[in-house]
Design a protein around this ligand. Structure first.
Ligand SMILES: [Zn+2]
Length: 459
């Protein structure tokens, strides 16, 4: 599996930042709203499995379009470039089936396939560095909550109009995306009525004041006409769904179950999982809930039951690693993550976990190994804030304050905190030799921060 965000040069970043600088004035509230991404390899794999048939029908490569989870309780789904579909945790928890998740993904895929994003902000495809991604994610998450022109045509200045152009779709685009999404769903054997069930969640919200609407309603204008048209598409396609849903149902149950177990009260999770439910998803939910109650024995019993059933499942070993690491069993955690990484070569989130556990062991030898593993993870994935935090520690322990500052700058940028990012980037600039890769990465962050700051000053 290829890594993502493959190395983008400073020129690409500069172009991307200039393209988005028009909207960057909005970053202050956006950054506060942005919780960042949830990077869980099991959940991301589940999202990949759900997206795969839909993306294929949309003519998009499942290897190139990632579905990422934004840690936000509000309900939203959006695209900001041609390579990423973002769903909020709030939306994922609210949707009740694999088909509903796939309907949302199909609709977003249609926005990509129909060029609704790239037509307006064509260069955003180039925003692949941590700094540019951070600006974009912060903007995207915050934008939905702060729009002043939701009714359309009532732009109240640069800020709201820039943001409106950035994220929101026109009614014509919504209609064409709905139509295309139903086509993808039917061809993929998924019941298109799932899209109607998704819209039911938002029905009636177009009449609410903005503050009470879910952001999804603002990024995807919802009208009675739209629902009526969709009912027509779905009725015309009736009977098209239903086949081949086993894989999707399995991964949906796992991803939804794991997320809910991490978010919800653990006692409630344990009550909700039926005693006779021995499914993989139930074992994962129990493992997470027991772990969050600090019951290591019960958590390990649940995850080990899953591993006994699926010894080659990298994500089961990864969860075992997390449970052990957070229970301060560092050596055993490093071993579990190592097994996960071996079973899923190329999955940077496994390497990140392994590096974190090695770092926690705290011997000079394990810290050296940690640095190697974490650098390998970062080379494949620049959008993992926790990895960047660990990597900064590993560099600091190795006496490399310059690189520690670079990755700290990138981590702040990823969270949309550009002033903090610039502070650390300047520190890195002073510590690293001019023209070295680390120095260049610090320059990337400084350029991104400068573009945001200039825009803010101009107001
Ligand atoms: Zn839409």
């Amino acid at each position: 599996m290829a890594g993502w965000f493959p190395g983008a040069g400073a020129a690409l970043l500069r172009r991307a930042v200039l393209m988005i600088a028009g909207a960057a004035v909005l970053l202050a509230p956006a950054a506060a709203a942005a919780q960042g991404l949830i990077r869980d390899p099991d959940i991301e794999h589940g999202l990949r499995e759900l997206a795969r048939p839909v993306l294929a029908e949309a003519g998009l490569s499942p290897a190139q379009v990632r579905v990422l989870l934004v840690d936000d309780r509000r309900l939203n789904a959006f695209v900001i470039d041609g390579r990423h579909i973002f769903l909020t945790t709030g939306l994922m928890l609210r949707l009740a089936s694999a088909a509903e998740m796939q309907a949302v993904i199909a609709h977003e895929a249609a926005h990509i396939a129909n060029g609704h994003i790239t037509r307006r902000i064509s260069n955003l495809d180039n925003a692949r560095t941590a700094a540019a991604m951070g600006v974009l994610i912060a903007l995207a998450v915050g934008a939905a909550s702060g729009r002043a022109d939701a009714a359309g045509g009532l732009a109240t200045g640069i800020a709201s109009s820039a943001m409106g152009v950035f994220l929101s779709h026109t009614r014509a685009e919504e209609s064409s995306a709905d139509q295309a999404a139903v086509r993808y769903l039917v061809r993929a054997g998924i019941d298109p009525a799932a899209m109607l069930r998704v819209l039911e969640v938002f029905r009636g919200q177009e009449a609410l004041s903005e503050g009470r609407q879910d952001p999804y309603v603002r990024t995807h204008p919802l009208t009675r006409d739209r629902i009526r048209a969709l009912e027509g598409f779905a009725a015309a396609a009736a009977g098209g769904g239903g086949r081949g849903g086993d894989t999707a149902a399995y991964w949906y149950a796992r991803a939804h179950g794991k997320l809910s177990a991490f978010v919800n009260n653990p006692a409630a999770t344990l009550r909700a999982v039926r005693a006779d439910d021995r499914s993989d998803a139930a074992l994962i939910r129990r493992a997470v809930a027991h772990h969050r109650q600090a019951d290591l024995g019960a958590a390990l019993a649940a995850i080990d039951a899953l591993i006994a059933r699926r010894p080659e499942d990298p994500y089961a070993h990864e969860l075992r690693g997390q449970i052990l690491l957070e229970s301060r069993q560092f050596a055993a955690a490093a071993q579990a993550y190592g097994r996960a990484a071996a079973l899923a070569p190329g999955e940077p989130l496994m390497l990140a976990g392994q590096g974190r556990a090695l770092l926690a062991i705290g011997t000079p030898d394990s810290e050296r190994q940690a640095l190697t593993v974490l650098e390998a993870a970062r080379a494949r994935d620049q959008a993992d804030p926790r990895l960047l935090r660990d990597l900064a520690v590993a560099y600091a322990k190795a006496g490399n304050a310059g690189m520690a500052s670079v990755v700290t700058a990138e981590r702040y940028a990823l969270a949309g905190r550009m002033e903090d990012a610039a502070l650390h980037a300047r520190r890195a600039e002073g510590l690293l030799a001019r023209g070295t890769p680390g120095w260049n990465r610090a320059q990337d962050v400084l350029r991104a921060a400068e573009a945001v700051e200039n825009r803010r000053r101009r107001g």
